[in-house]
Design a protein around this ligand. Sequence first.
Ligand code: NAD
Length: 343
Amino acid sequence: MKIGVIGCGGMGTTHYLSLRALSEQEGVEVTCLSDCRKEFLDKAAAYFPNARTYEYGMDLIKNEDLDIVHICLPSYLHAGHAVAALEKGMNVFVEKPVCLTEEDCQTLLEAEKRTGKKVMVGQVVRSFEEYKFLKEAYDTKKYGRLKSMVMQRISGDVRWGFEDWFHDEKRSGSVVLDLHVHDLDFLRYMLGEPDSFDVKATAFPSGMINQIITSYEFGDTFVTAEGIWDVSPSVKFHADFRACFEEATIDFNSARTPSLIIYRPDGAIETPELKGEYEAESDVAGINISNLGPYYTEIKYFLECVRDDKPVEIAPLIEGVRSVELAIKELETAKAYVAKHTH
Ligand SMILES: NC(=O)c1ccc[n+]([C@@H]2O[C@H](COP(=O)([O-])OP(=O)(O)OC[C@H]3O[C@@H](n4cnc5c(N)ncnc54)[C@H](O)[C@@H]3O)[C@@H](O)[C@H]2O)c1
């Protein structure tokens, strides 16, 4: 299968390193790459000496015929490139958030329908072993009912982006669409749409939201999820959750080894061994990625969907869209909260 990667910055590097690992087993060839920053394009090209290179993603789409294109551009560029690639007949793997506006959500859904091509969104938390373990415990009810859950996704200030796009709400959607979208997407995946939610938030001095704490109700389960871009870039990234079931508490912290611990009512402590399909460190500077495993897993899954013409079930476009729609509602509520509490 012929594959192209557009955007070889932080996330693009994670994608092309995963594709390089996959190419050894899956009959995959990265035939073209694009990045408008020469040093990033050159670094990527060093891994794929036979790949054609393009400064701009739209030129790659225009000139290439591919089975799959990976879109790892800043979020405000996702929708335009994804639609152009679908129209060109490519299947599309697009990073999260799939887009930033309700209008783009509809445009993407129409393009997917019109072209009949496949789209997967990089809602990678759905492919993390610890979150898969949690969802399975929930689905099978092996620890009884889930009563409550607290989640966090904590990042230092994000200063590595191309032209500082993370700090512009119009280009990133703020911490809400960029970071917190991971947790709300996973919650929707496991629990369905929330019955209600309540938001508290803070903003950077620029006025853009940098912290959101949302309390959701899903039937008789309540969940609180925090996403923050700290004012300091030195805060180390970590994600965690504590899921309180009737007969166990599952505690995950990405910064701890072992990352997942189960506490039972009789005092027993279990640390299940979670083995991913692939384990390797990424060499991405700055970006919050240390383990390629879940990215490899989601990318391999999409390759199989395309190769075997199977429907995308783990993170199809409609799911990415629904998560963006919820995130937009939360962002609006966060802005109203900050406006009301800022004097
Ligand atoms: N799934 C995850 O865990 C995860 C983690 C981080 C980022 N992301 C997402 O990945 C996307 C990219 O984020 P990032 O951190 O890699 O950003 P980045 O700024 O590091 O990388 C984006 C790259 O795109 C290039 N670029 C910009 N315009 C271009 C164009 N028109 N044509 C070709 N290249 C162009 C830039 O030069 C840059 O190298 C975002 O949507 C972000 O939300 C996802």
